[in-house]
Design a protein around this ligand. Structure first.
Ligand code: FES
Length: 202
């Protein structure tokens, strides 16, 4: 099958993202998250506004829950990992293509086994590094295969990532999920797109 024939699948995945983003924003009721979603839908907004960092209040997010916000036309996931999820991360290193995040897919402060600033909050761009589909969040142990410890599964061509967005060996995706620049404004509030030093994603 050629890449061109696969495009409808990718379009379908992007439409699914829009539905899931609507549902996540509505379900958690975070007013701040409505702003990036509106930005995604309004092509008349100028480039500067679309590229601006966004602030997200995560205080309502419960352990194991996922929140999706749109930033620069892409889904950004926020996962609140449980202690069990955090403890399982080192067990997978032998099965992963880039367990130590040597590829340039994250800022330096996310170049650790959690791929995040704080172990319990994982922030990543939810776009598969193969051909750009939106992977699904599959946190339950055994839900993809008997030895599955939770992670992300791409429905387009079967790529798998762990709960730090690290890609498994032997799947089409070549790289770990991308981590955007971000910073904490308070214990439960982050700014996506700008880090503590003031640097913004290019
Ligand atoms: S787009 Fe091909 S596996 Fe995700």
């Amino acid at each position: 099958m050629t890449i061109k024939e696969k495009e409808p699948e990718i379009d379908l995945a992007r439409r699914c993202f829009l539905r899931r983003a609507t549902s996540a924003v509505g379900g958690i009721g975070l007013a701040a998250t409505a702003v990036p979603f509106v930005e995604y839908w309004l092509p008349s907004i100028d480039t500067e506004a679309k590229a601006a960092p966004v602030t997200v209040d995560m205080s309502a997010l419960q352990p194991k829950q996922q929140l999706t916000v749109a930033w620069r036309g892409q889904p950004v996931w926020i996962i609140r990992r449980t202690q069990e999820m955090i403890d399982d991360l080192p067990k997978l290193n032998g099965e992963l293509r880039d367990p130590d995040s040597l590829e340039d897919q994250q800022p330096d402060y996310a170049k650790n086994i959690y791929r995040s600033i704080k172990p319990d909050y994982f922030i990543a761009i939810g776009v598969c590094t193969h051909l750009g589909c939106i992977p699904t969040y599959r946190p339950d142990v055994g839900s993809i295969s008997p030895d599955w410890l939770g992670g992300f599964y791409c429905p387009c061509h079967g790529s798998r990532y762990d709960l730090a967005g690290r890609v498994y060996k032997g799947v089409p995706a070549p790289l770990n999920l991308k981590i955007p620049r971000y910073s904490y404004l308070s214990d439960h509030e982050i700014m996506i797109g700008k880090d503590q030093s003031g640097a913004e994603d290019g």
